[in-house]
Design a protein around this ligand. Structure first.
Ligand code: FES
Length: 109
C-alpha cells in the first residue's frame, strides 16, 4: 500500500473537510476526535465537492445541497437522498503528518 503525505493535522479545518488530490482521485480528509478519515470528495448524489460545501455533524458528513449524509468511518449513506456509498481511502497519521493511500480506495461492504 503506497501512502502519500497529503497535509498536516493543522491543515484540516474543524468540522470541515480538506480536499487532497493525486491526479487520479479527489479525496476529502476529515478529522473526528483526533482521528483522520479519507473519503471520495464528490457526493454520490449530485457530484458536489464535500470538502467545499460539506460539513461534519458528529461523525456524519453532510452534503447541504440536499442534506444527504454519509458515515465518515465507512462512506455509507446514513441519510437520503444519496443511495450510493462513497469510496473510502486508507489514511494514517504520523506525528503531525497525514497520509492517504490513493490507490487503495474501496467501497465498504
Ligand atoms: Fe449531495 Fe444531493 S448533491 S445530497
Amino acid at each position: 500500500m503506497a501512502f502519500t503525505k497529503v497535509c498536516t493535522l493543522q491543515n484540516i479545518p474543524e468540522n470541515k473537510g480538506l480536499k487532497v488530490e493525486n491526479g487520479e482521485a479527489s479525496v476529502a480528509v476529515f478529522k473526528v476526535n483526533g482521528k483522520v478519515f479519507a473519503i471520495q470528495d464528490l457526493c454520490s448524489h449530485g457530484l458536489w465537492s464535500l470538502s467545499e460545501i460539506g460539513y461534519l455533524e458528529g461523525d456524519a458528513v453532510v452534503c447541504p445541497l440536499h442534506m444527504g449524509k454519509f458515515c465518515v468511518h465507512t462512506g455509507k449513506v446514513t441519510s437520503l437522498p444519496p443511495n450510493r456509498p462513497l469510496k473510502k481511502y486508507p489514511a494514517l497519521v504520523e506525528g503531525e503528518d497525514v497520509y492517504v493511500a490513493f490507490d487503495e480506495g474501496y467501497i465498504a461492504e
